[in-house]
Design a protein around this ligand. Structure first.
Ligand SMILES: Nc1nc2c(ncn2[C@@H]2O[C@H](COP(=O)(O)OP(=O)(O)OP(=O)(O)O)[C@@H](O)[C@H]2O)c(=O)[nH]1
Length: 350
């Protein structure tokens, strides 16, 4: 089993690992994740073990970390794992042994809840998003996997892209948490949140991926385009440069996205009326040219933010109902009245 199998980078193949990583995009080598005598364990075993390791030790060591907002090197991760080795030893050799070294797995939810909150800040939405995205972790009886599967009809993946500083994170946090974060720092790699909305009486879960706009993260963020059901391309209405860069982003989309996705152009920061550089009709023209929907928003004032995401949820639900979201790789239809739509094997399937 090659090193790539155990790679902890955010890749399509091992979405579960990706989704539980509080490290953003840290690459962890095969040796880091194989403290078990190099026994061939499956990717999911490794994933599950790492979830446990990271949950157990990371919060105490690192405090209020959140997805994608912390740069942690492979060496850091490795150092944390050594603590685990010291405690449990190196002698476990099989996948079973791996699971035997997880004494806390059956602890009640209170423990996990505390860990999530500790790990990701005291933000219930964040903690819930993390919890939802960890299908392998023990769940309290009231929120077992099957229960949660009945919680919604569709699951869609929405990815925000655009230049750094245009307000992608603020849009996501306004929608998912109802707040405008003061002093929002730059996203490192990719962050995600989940919000369930109701469309025509049906629950629709939006898995919202907030990508870093900085060039240095481009190779990471590109890997998210293909599995997106919807791509939201954001620019800052007060920043000509962010608008001028749109053709480059369109090229990125054409290169990396799937052929079937719902595209939205968003001009953000409309509250800065006196600084506006890109008139609404120019934004609209650009969107028309590339057959995208268009809206102007203010994450700060909560203008049109809900409308943006609800419109996307509604459109995708309609397309799913009409069977128009049949995609490159897989479209999953669950037998229990729950449908998980995805464009690639990298999408979460709860
Ligand atoms: N006035 C105003 N400022 C905003 C708005 N949205 C975001 N900002 C500010 O713009 C700055 C950048 O916001 P972010 O949400 O971090 O931008 P981003 O696109 O996620 O940036 P990267 O993570 O680097 O890609 C922050 O200082 C925000 O406070 C808005 O609607 N109005």
């Amino acid at each position: 089993m090659g090193a790539s199998v155990f790679s902890f980078r955010l890749s399509c193949e091992f979405q579960v690992k990706k989704d539980v990583s509080p490290y953003g995009h840290t690459a962890v080598s095969a040796s880091d994740v194989l403290p078990y005598g190099y026994t061939a364990v499956s990717a999911s075993d490794v994933s599950t073990t790492l979830q446990y390791l990271l949950q157990t030790f990371w919060p105490a060591l690192c405090g209020n970390l959140r997805f994608g907002h912390t740069a942690v090197s492979a060496a850091d991760v490795s150092a944390k794992l050594h603590i685990y080795y010291r405690r449990f030893g190196h002698k476990t050799e099989s996948a079973k042994a791996v699971s035997d070294t997880r004494p806390n797995l059956q602890k009640p939810f209170r423990t996990q809840d505390r860990i999530c909150k500790s790990c990701f800040g005291n933000k219930s939405e964040s903690a819930k998003a993390v919890s939802d995205a960890r299908p392998n972790l023990p769940q309290p009886p009231s929120t077992t996997l099957s229960n949660r599967m009945e919680d919604y009809k569709y699951l869609f993946k929405v990815v925000l892209i655009g230049e750094a500083g245009v307000g992608k994170t603020c849009l996501v946090r306004r929608f998912t948490q109802g707040l405008f974060p003061p002093g929002q720092g730059a996203t490192i790699g990719v962050d995600f949140m989940i919000k369930t909305v109701e469309i025509d009486g049906e629950k629709v879960k939006l898995q919202i991926w907030d990508t870093a706009g900085q060039e240095r993260f481009r190779s990471i963020t590109q890997s998210y385009y293909r599995s997106a059901n919807s791509l939201i391309l954001v620019y800052d209405v007060c920043c000509q440069a962010s608008f001028d860069s749109l053709p480059t982003w369109i090229q990125e989309i054409e290169t990396y996205a799937s052929t079937k996705f719902c595209g939205y152009l968003v001009g953000n920061k409309t509250d800065k009326i006196n600084d506006k550089e890109i008139p609404t009709h120019i934004g609209q023209q650009f969107a028309d040219r590339y057959e995208m929907d268009f809206i102007e928003t203010s994450a700060k004032e909560a203008d049109n933010v809900d409308k943006l995401f609800y419109t996307i949820a509604k459109k995708l639900s309609k397309e799913a109902k009409q069977g128009e979201l049949i995609s490159d790789d897989t479209t999953k239809f669950n037998t229990d009245n729950t449908t998980s739509i995805s464009n690639c094997s990298g999408c979460l399937k709860f």
